[in-house]
Design a protein around this ligand. Structure first.
Ligand code: HEC
Length: 148
């Protein structure tokens, strides 16, 4: 009996230690989609679109950090592992084309540290980060011009 419990809990630990797209998608539906919408298209003027866009943030270190420090992510009820899994899934599912070739997935330790330092002025931070990236990335400059 005890052995069976040990085996079961080891199996559970193994399952949870591996990223799972299905679980990430369900967490997105439960925790993010209400504001960001099913295809991450957002609401003009209220919630920024992540579709074909959010990958641009990975072109700078501040941008990478911002994606976890933004209040909707930092203050989420999801745990560090679930946020890491969800963000890596989200970037590949909604915005793979905008990611830099050098992109490496978020790690749980990285996410754990960043979300304990939430961004208090997300709109100003977002604008500053994106305009810096756009200075070296014409495709982002074009996307921003369309957003306005
Ligand atoms: C209550 C509505 C709401 C919920 C729920 C929410 N967000 Fe957001 N999200 C926003 C708004 C508004 C912004 C724009 C920045 C800001 O004002 O915080 C944003 C910004 C972001 C950004 C930065 C992208 C950018 O272009 O600025 C990411 C990444 C993000 N959210 C991911 C998530 C994830 C992942 C979840 C679910 C765990 C989530 N959000 C839940 C409203 C929400």
């Amino acid at each position: 009996m005890i052995l069976r419990l040990v085996v079961l809990s080891l199996m559970f630990a193994a399952v949870h230690a591996t990223a799972d797209d299905e679980r990430a998608h369900v967490n997105y539906m439960l925790h993010c989609q209400g504001c960001h919408l099913p295809q991450a298209e957002g609401f003009a003027g209220r919630v920024p679109p992540m579709k074909d866009f959010v990958g641009f943030f990975l072109h700078s270190a501040e941008g990478r950090d911002f994606l976890i420090r933004v209040p909707g992510v930092a203050h989420s009820a999801l745990d560090d592992f679930e946020i890491t899994e969800l963000m890596n899934w989200l970037l590949q599912s909604f915005s793979a084309a905008q990611l830099p070739a050098t992109f490496t997935p978020f790690t749980v330790d990285e996410v754990a540290g960043l979300r304990r330092d939430p961004e208090s002025a997300p709109e100003a931070a977002r604008n500053e980060i994106l305009s810096k990236i756009a200075a070296d990335l014409p495709t982002l400059a074009v996307a921003l011009a369309h957003e306005e």
